[in-house]
Design a protein around this ligand. Structure first.
Ligand code: FES
Length: 345
């Protein structure tokens, strides 16, 4: 999730020390249960905002900016939505859902079936996109990608950091939460494409600056463009969150499409994973339960510790440093280079 070469600011999640929570990691304290939809509100064309509360009346877990929850649909499919309400509100969570007619059906189901007073099964929160301390932030949001940036902006504001937001969308009416952002004045630049064309990323990002972190969430084309503009920035300066998997990573070598042996050390079993079957599916077929969600290498649910063997990483989530460490992998998409892996399962 990060790129380039040199060194960026600190790596701790912003606010984690003050809040005293373990958030800011992919494996935080998680809730799994039923929530009630308190409000459903249209916040832009084809975007609904849902305010949720635990059906049991219990407080919800604390979370940090960048966190998302899984919504587990009655179909069994799960979808990830960024928490975009106030951090620290343990009575309510807010998510916003864009209806995606060309998607896999999850957002359409939510738009068509979720009403006020209804219930949803959710899991989380988990944070793959933590806000780290810096004196200056540049936020770039595209469309529904504004959602994880809203609590980041509030956090940066509270920390009295310098920040600005470049927010793009197709049209003004397609861009959610504009009224909430209005109060920030000139720090927020709203650039609907129908009036302004493509975002002026070069003008907004400027030259690499070691005191600045860039956070971007939005469509793949926007993320790719921001990555290209930040190619010369320090390692870790650019932080992105994808809603869809990046272009499939090519196998590391010809052996990558060969069957692999995967020893599940804690379970005392070994499975053979043929080409075309994911390690995740092979593990599940062996009767070993693993948490999973997107099965595309973007949500982090299936992250598993690697004890031996070299991983052929094909996910869209881990940083280059995390890949190089070779001690963890997303088993829904990644495989092995050397034909054998030992996992802590
Ligand atoms: S299930 Fe989402 S990353 Fe593997």
């Amino acid at each position: 999730m990060t790129s380039p070469s040199a060194t960026a600011p600190d790596t701790r999640p912003l606010g984690s020390a003050a809040a005293g929570t373990p958030s800011g990691t992919r494996r935080g304290t998680e809730f799994e249960g039923t929530v009630t939809v308190l409000t459903r509100q249209a916040v832009a064309d084809d975007v609904v905002s849902l305010e949720l509360a635990a059906s049991s009346g219990e407080p919800l877990p604390v979370w940090q900016p960048g966190a998302h929850i899984d919504v587990v649909l009655p179909t069994g499919a799960t979808r990830q939505y960024s928490l975009c309400g106030p951090v620290g509100d343990t009575a309510h969570w807010r998510v916003a859902v864009l209806r995606e007619p060309d998607g896999r059906g999850g957002s359409q189901w939510i738009h068509d079936h979720v009403e006020e007073g209804g219930e949803l099964r959710v899991r989380g929160p988990r944070n793959n996109f933590p806000l780290r301390p810096a004196t200056r932030y540049l936020f770039v949001g595209g469309g529904i990608g504004i959602t994880p940036l809203l609590p980041m902006i509030a956090e940066a504001d509270a920390a009295m950091a310098e920040w600005s937001l470049l927010y793009g969308g197709r049209t003004p009416s397609s861009m959610a939460f504009l009224p909430e952002l209005e109060g920030h004045g000139e720090r927020v630049t709203v650039r609907p494409q129908d009036k302004h064309g493509l975002l002026d990323l070069a003008g907004f990002l400027g030259d690499p600056d070691p005191s600045t972190l860039v956070y971007c969430c939005g469509p793949a084309g926007l993320i790719d463009a921001v990555e290209a503009h930040c190619a010369d920035w320090p390692t870790g300066a650019l932080n992105i969150e994808r809603f869809a998997a990046a272009a499939v990573r090519q196998p590391a070598d010809d052996t990558a499409e060969q069957p692999i042996e995967v020893e599940l050390r804690a379970s005392g079993t070994t499975v053979t994973v043929p080409p075309g079957l994911s390690v995740l599916k092979a593990v599940e077929q062996a009767g070993v339960p693993v948490l999973s969600s997107c099965e595309e290498g973007i949500c982090g649910s299936c992250e598993t510790s690697v004890l031996e063997g070299e991983v052929d990483h094909r996910d869209s989530l881990l940083t280059e440093d995390e890949r190089a460490a070779n001690d963890t992998m997303l088993i829904c998409v990644s495989r092995a280079r050397g034909g054998r892996l030992v996992l802590d399962l």
